[in-house]
Design a protein around this ligand. Sequence first.
Ligand SMILES: [Mg+2]
Length: 219
Amino acid sequence: MIEAVLFDWNNTLVQFTWDEELLVEGHRAALGRDDPAFTERYRELMLGGGPQRPYAEVLRELGVDDPDAFIDAEHEVWRPAHQVLGSAQALLESLRGRGVKTGVVANSWPEPARLLRADAEAFGLAGLLDVMVFSDEAGAVKPEPAIFLQALEQLGVEPANAMFVGDRLETDVQGAANLGMTTVQALWFAADDTSARVEPDFMAFTPMDVLNALRRVAL
Ligand SMILES: [Mg+2]
């Protein structure tokens, strides 16, 4: 019996279409000027494919005195580039209508949890989520068990009675499967084609497929 359905955030409940122009615009807003040299160095440090370092640490290295203010200003520019899953509210309401608890478990990088919480509020989703756990607050990242368990413990739900919905096979599907959660791969925004060894219990091409999966588990 599924008592909770947890969701990934990016490319599951929300799609963020990021591009070069947005990078430059974000820097303009955050610095108060155009600074091509800054953007070039930023690209090297942030997008160079190295290990993911804390965003504030990278910004300090780039000479930013107040990383929080920088991140806030940049995020204001980025926010309109987010598209909320059209039926997200209907899906969450429908789950709750079935007595199922809802939540988000997400790797928050580069943006800190406080901004993702503000986004959830701005997008009208916060009130429909019983728990939100983000990696920078949790001190663990998916696929580590700890981050999933924090959400489940807050809800008082055992992993075996929970379903996880996310787009990434290794972080979302494998991570949740390791704990014995029922897994659903969300395919409506992005199709993860990495050759992960794991297969989801269900594939959801539309948000409605999450409800179908729930019904099939209950049968
Ligand atoms: Mg995702």
